[in-house]
Design a protein around this ligand. Sequence first.
Ligand SMILES: [Zn+2]
Length: 564
Amino acid sequence: MVANIYKRILATSSILAIGLLSCNVSAKKNADIKLVLQITVDGLRADLLNRYQKNFTEGGFRYLLDEGVVYTNAHYQHANTETIVGHATLATGATPSVHGMVGNVWYDREAGELAYNIEDSDAPIIPTRELVVAGEQVDPTQKLSRTKGRSPEAIMAATFSDGLAVYHAGRSKIFGISGKDRSAVAMAGHVGKAFWYSTDTGDMVTSKYYYDGYPEWVTDWNALRKAEKYAGTSWQLLNEKSTYLLAGQDDRPYEADLKGYGRVFPHPFGGINDKLFPTRLLVSPAGDQLLLDFAKSLISAEQLGQDDVPDYLSVSFSAVDAVNHFFGPSSLENEDVVLQLDRTLAELFRYIDKTVGLKNTLIVLSADHGMADMPEYMTEQGYKVGRIKQEDIIQAANDAGRNQFGIDEVVRFFFRPSLYLDEQKIAKTKYEQVEVERAIATAISEIDGIALAVPSGGYSTIQDVPAVSQVKRNFHPSRSGDIYIAQQPYWFMFESGPIAVMHGSPWSYDTHVPIIFAGAGIKAQKVQRLVHPVDVSPTIAALLGMTPPANANGSVLIELPVAK
Ligand SMILES: [Zn+2]
């Protein structure tokens, strides 16, 4: 429904825009920005750029770090630092309490099931092949999705890209692409087009929300079966092993093995008939290289940046996050995937320089969240932490419900970080829900490794620590649980999939991300003041002389030049 409203606005705005153009308002934008390229590196904690920069090549990250305005102290302000939450925040300039994307999944109280953030049964994925092989998903949240349909309908706020479409009366071309569906969909907004990598087939797919059938160039790209060229090969180190800072961090017992992918280099992808083959590509630099190849085809086929109306392309690279989950952010694999992404970015920038011109391209780079190191690695370093079991949390809650209120099995549903209580059972007792929430939260907070258990009805009774404000900014009444649970720093909250480490905490290793603006006449500068990813889309809008996205609560970053 939300999207339909935007489509209607867009239809009526073409009439408005004729008026705007005639009084030359559209000329009020910075330099000659023909293309906004928004890059989001999934899971790129800000300090990784510092750690690896001596081995960066020319023209990749170094172009951004040397030529751009670099914010070194940017932090998310919400608690649940997950992919859709970060992407929707970057896209809308709003907090999750406003855009409603409170987590990769939430419990649909009415339906009584878990909902995946962008699932939409009315928008099925358009098949690319006759036979779709059912692949085994690496991402546990994908397994929890009820339907294969995908759309931005559940995003409750307008994105920068929506605003761009409206401002230019539908003449801006708008695309979001990624290794992950949710990253592509969030950035494309309600009006743009999204494509993402299918871990079933290795193809780039979209849904009926965007198209009735594939554009010819996408069919052609998929027909080349580029993913299959990696069959039977391995992920190899880019450079001589001894040149890596983390050369000694390859074989560690707490890394996860993706069924034969192994813990040490080289990591074999397997053959095309191996169900996990397309997934393994995503857990390697190959996933980003395929996305680069698709981006080049898109820029060429859709002629991005070739006229005076600025176009928008969001490219969300997913491999760093996937590699982090299996091998951790302090692994040889992490160092290599970031170095190889650096080369991928350099090639993307070279291509854009040839086709659009970097001087005409505003590049904005950030990340959707950071990453924790594994509890076992931390313990090895002398910082003793552990893993928290889901069953222990549920049991503590149910015990408190039974012992203090006489309610049998008070927990209706739990998926980190949200615990949902059985409201009907509570209503049958003489107790208020808020009383029950507080007592259960107290019981949960006594478990080893738990930092906070915040009852949604009882914020006023909670100690006023900054993380509670992050929980509040993450709260949406119909989607969030009754109790928000956060682990102590570096403790691992449970995961059902075969992964080694997780992000999603309110702590700085998960909130600290790079924010860099480069190109389009921007002068180099390093900025250490505290800024936030909600500031990104209002700043892009300001650079183009536009109003911030409708629901944005971020500020325009003052180090960037004012639109002329
Ligand atoms: Zn992740």
